[in-house]
Design a protein around this ligand. Structure first.
Ligand SMILES: Nc1nc2c(ncn2[C@@H]2O[C@H](COP(=O)(O)OP(=O)(O)O)[C@@H](O)[C@H]2O)c(=O)[nH]1
Ligand SMILES: [Mg+2]
Ligand SMILES: [Zn+2]
Length: 343
């Protein structure tokens, strides 16, 4: 009890100090912004946010002679928080500094709960979620389904990527094939690659071309290896725990946008790679199981939990084989894992 008391007081002090620090930083920002705007600013042009640091962002010029150059930009006070992937209108100041004057509408938003459980966008305009799994660590259909729900919820196309194809053998092949068959039947795109041996990597590159992608999946499936192979100049550590340093309360992980040499963009951060669920409702989960779409709302009871109710359309579809048992199991386990109040 005493210990908890102390922690609370400590927390309060830390928050107070952080608040004061943030206020001082904001004041400095406003001063710099004022000076910038008092000087000569270039014409308005389009830019792409490639990283963000609190209230400042790094913007890549999209047009004109400076296209491809990166500028650190300040935000006009009336603007909402920007995230990596945002398209903006900005004006160049001097010495690689600029001012953002407007945010373009987002096509998609990838959100995560922050330390207080509030949903915050972490990346904008992502249009492909690459869900990575492998023969080892053993894949869990349930986890893949969670990612699929998250993708459907965000309105972003998923690509199922089986990495470490070099580890497929007689022993694990039957289970892997059964797993793949489930998703193939649902019409989800699937690709097999080996980050180590290079098999399928060209097809992967071709799939990523023209898209802004994120790689997600459980630890150890080879996300860092894939990113390293696709972006040779960016060295993310393989197989170590560096990604976890982002979990501390005082470190801010910032997602960064990279250009693949062969075209396409990747938004990457440890936080995004471990991006999960945990912020969806029962209705979101149901909407995330695409084979349920025509069935939801047709059960006899409006508040049907699709458990053992008579006249349940989902149970009927399960019986007929229109819904696969494994997906039904996943659905139930995801629903059971939701916080009680979202039922
Ligand atoms: N056999 C094999 N091992 C791989 C492959 N890709 C990654 N690995 C290994 O899997 C482990 C985890 O890889 P890592 O990229 O750190 O996974 P992450 O946790 O998803 O980022 C490392 O030991 C990698 O060397 C692959 O294609 N084949
Ligand atoms: Mg990694
Ligand atoms: Zn039902």
């Amino acid at each position: 009890m005493a210990k908890r008391q102390l922690n609370r007081r400590q927390n309060w002090r830390i928050e107070k100090i952080q608040g004061e620090r943030a206020a001082r930083a904001a004041k400095r920002e406003q001063q710099t912004l004022k000076e910038l705007e008092g000087g000569d600013l270039g014409p308005e042009q389009l830019g792409l946010v490639i990283a963000h640091f609190g209230v400042q962002v790094e913007v890549e010029a999209q047009d004109g002679e400076g296209a491809g150059q990166v500028f650190r930009c300040y935000l006009r006070a009336n603007l909402p928080a920007l995230v990596t992937g945002d398209r903006v209108v900005w004006r160049a100041g001097n010495q690689g500094i600029g001012v953002i004057v407007a945010q373009m509408p987002r096509n998609t938003e990838l959100c995560r709960p922050d330390s207080r459980g509030q949903l915050k966008p972490v990346a904008a305009n992502v249009d492909l979620i690459v869900i990575v799994f492998a023969p080892a660590p053993e894949p869990h259909a349930n986890l893949i389904d969670r990612y699929l729900v998250a993708a459907e919820h965000a309105g972003i196309h998923p690509l199922l990527l089986l990495n470490k194809a070099d580890l497929i053998n007689e022993e694990n092949a039957p289970a892997l094939n059964a797993l793949l068959a489930v998703y193939r039947q649902l019409g989800y795109p699937i690709l097999e690659v080996s980050a180590h041996h290079g098999d399928g990597m060209q097809q992967l590159q071709a799939r990523l071309d023209g898209h802004i992608s994120v790689f997600v999946g459980q630890s150890g499936v080879g996300k860092s290896s894939l990113v390293n192979s696709l972006l040779p100049e960016v060295q993310t550590r393989v197989g170590d725990l560096s990604e976890w340093s982002g979990q501390g309360t005082h470190t801010t992980t910032t997602a960064r946008l990279y250009h693949f040499p062969g075209g396409g963009e990747l938004i990457d951060s440890p936080g995004i790679r471990e991006f999960g669920l945990g912020h969806v409702s029962r209705a979101d989960v149901e909407a995330g199981f695409i084979e349920f779409n025509d069935l939801i709302g047709t059960c006899r009871f409006r508040d049907c939990k699709h458990d053992r109710e008579p006249g349940c359309a989902l149970l009927k579809a399960l019986e007929d084989g229109r819904v696969q048992q494994q997906r039904m199991n996943s659905y139930r386990s995801i629903i059971a894992s939701l916080p009680q109040d979202t039922y």
